[in-house]
Design a binder for this molecule. Structure first.
Ligand SMILES: [Fe+2]
Ligand SMILES: [Fe+2]
Length: 187
């Protein structure tokens, strides 16, 4: 509902006056309606998830062996690079919200949604990456719904990341089909 007291869009004077208050809060202004501490806690989990993905893909890109492993290694390395971009974006967002991004190796795997699994062979590696991507996709989709219009900045960032994770999952699925001759996970 809009009325004279609570207009749908604030007038310029109100916007200007409001922006001058609480400068210490940086990007977090009075119209931020999410719980900022909770947002930071959630994003620390997302950060850990992305760090684990960087580590897993990097390890796989180096350790993968076997026939036709070269192109797979390249794919793993490309994904590791993109996971690192996600990691940086999430850490930047935590910082914007006034938090301190947690890069500590202590407890990293418990903070992360996805797991660090080395895999015994090339197909194992591909399968583990597909599983990790599917975990991330489910998790981020839920978070996008949670943030809704309470925190559009965080939501839009996660939407961008989600699209890339979906591409990653598709890449891993295609590799699995190529190397196994059939998809391993039910649709
Ligand atoms: Fe990612
Ligand atoms: Fe990914």
């Amino acid at each position: 509902m809009t009325d004279a007291k609570t207009p749908f869009i604030s007038d310029v004077k109100t916007l200007r006056d409001r922006a001058r208050q609480h400068l210490g809060s940086g990007a977090v202004t009075s119209t931020y309606t999410a719980d900022v501490d909770k947002t930071i806690a959630i994003l620390q989990g997302v950060l850990a998830t992305e760090i684990v993905c960087v580590l897993r893909y990097t390890m796989h890109s180096i350790a993968a062996t076997g026939i036709s492993s070269e192109s797979v290694k390249e794919e793993f390395a490309q994904h590791a690079k993109e996971e690192q971009e996600h990691m940086n974006a999430v850490a930047e967002r935590i910082n914007q919200l006034g938090g301190k991004p947690n890069f500590s190796p202590e407890g990293l795997s418990t903070r992360s949604a996805s797991q660090y699994v080395e895999g015994e062979n090339l197909v194992d590696m591909i399968r583990e990456n597909l599983i990790a991507e599917r975990i991330a996709i489910d998790h981020y989709r839920e978070l996008i719904r949670y943030f809704g219009d309470k925190d559009p900045g965080t939501r839009v960032m996660l939407e961008g990341i989600l699209v890339v994770e979906e591409e990653h999952a598709n890449d891993m699925h295609d590799l699995l089909v190529a190397h196994e001759g059939r998809p391993m996970l039910n649709r």
